[in-house]
Ligand binder design. Structure first.
Ligand code: ES4
Ligand code: ZN
Length: 336
């Protein structure tokens, strides 16, 4: 339709996509076979691509999804696997009209399996160069830490020589905090975020996805984050909403993710209209596109249909997401 083509052409920036969450079942099975990885034999979901996709439609919660997410990424072994994964995402993103993508990855989930950090980074960087040359899209990497693991373990990984080198040489733009939210409040990671700030890294954290609005306050105050990933529970706290609007903190909202993981009952329950009315900056993102049934354009279309936005609303959303990006001002100017 005319609207689909309008939404497709909008100059998009994506700020909330986990590269491991772009692992489509077809690539998952292909890599499992090539790398001789045995998927759980007692779970019928791994019997076929269709069975796996059907299981993805029945996620009960964030933790139920994460169980499959961590098993899925166990097929990633070689540099080429990480390159193929990232390239697959960049191709989809570009065809959806993404001009600039800031992508998450979870080094701890690979290092713990004996994969070296350089294998991950070299693979992703090869795909990033190709994306820049062949698709004309710019990209940044955000190194995420797994909050269900002890903060001391996260800090030890943060301080690893090879990871520190990737911060110092600009390969990594910033840090994030992801995985299970309930029971793991942001302030546990205060030391790591303080060090990151001193090193000139940009800082974001998942907060207010399944967890309460208090976790958003906590992330802003204890971690000094510049963005909030998800942040939908902000709608429960009027005072905090005013502060977030006044400070210009951007939320990276993931509509289809929130529905699939049952953080909301339906798209219509998302506070999109409330955020627009309150002057809150937000971008619209895919989170884990291979698991949640859509890439970024699917998320734009779903929001359009649920909230009946007009051209002015969309222009505001796109301008905010360009402004909230962590690229240089020259690149921002090219996108506007
Ligand atoms: C995630 Cl949706 C979501 N929330 C928290 N952590 C994650 N890691 C990958 N996807
Ligand atoms: Zn996420």
């Amino acid at each position: 339709s005319e609207l689909h083509s309008f939404l497709k052409k909008l100059p998009k920036c994506e700020h909330h996509i986990h590269l491991e969450g772009a692992l489509a079942p077809s690539l998952l099975f292909q890599l499992a076979s090539r790398n001789e990885i045995i998927l759980p034999p007692d779970d019928d979901a791994f019997k076929s691509r269709d069975a796996l996709l059907a299981r993805y439609k029945r996620f009960l919660s964030l933790d139920d999804f994460l169980h499959y997410y961590y098993i899925g990424m166990s097929v990633l072994i070689h540099e080429d696997d990480f390159e193929a994964l990232a390239w697959d995402y960049f191709r989809h993103a570009s065809s959806d009209g993404v001009h600039h993508a800031e992508v998450f990855f979870d080094p701890q989930a690979h290092i713990s399996r004996g994969i070296s950090y350089s294998t991950i980074l070299n693979g992703f960087n090869a795909a990033r160069s190709r994306a820049q040359c062949e698709l004309g899209i710019t990209t940044e990497l955000i190194c995420c830490f797994l909050r269900h693991l002890p903060a001391s373990k996260c800090l030890a990984v943060f301080e690893q020589d090879d990871i520190q080198a990737s911060f110092a040489n600009g390969a990594i733009k910033g840090i994030g905090l992801d995985s299970s939210e309930l029971g793991f409040p942001p302030h546990l990671f205060k030391d790591m975020y303080e060090k990151a700030a001193k090193q000139g890294l940009r800082r974001t954290a998942h907060a207010g996805e399944e967890g309460p609005a208090d976790f958003i306050t906590n992330a802003l105050e204890a971690l000094g984050v510049e963005r909030i990933d998800h942040g939908i529970r902000l709608a429960d706290d009027d005072e905090l909403m005013g502060r977030v609007a006044a400070n210009g903190t951007m939320l990276t909202v993931c509509p289809l993710s929130n529905v699939v993981l049952k953080c909301v009952g339906s798209l219509e329950e998302l506070p999109i209209r409330m955020f627009l009315d309150a002057g809150i900056k937000f971008s619209i993102n895919s989170d884990d596109p291979a698991y949640f049934g859509g890439y970024v354009l699917d998320n734009y279309c779903a929001v359009h249909e649920a909230f009946d936005l007009d051209i002015g609303d969309w222009e505001r959303i796109c301008r905010s997401s360009i402004k909230g990006s962590w690229c240089n001002t020259k690149r921002k100017a090219e996108m506007i």
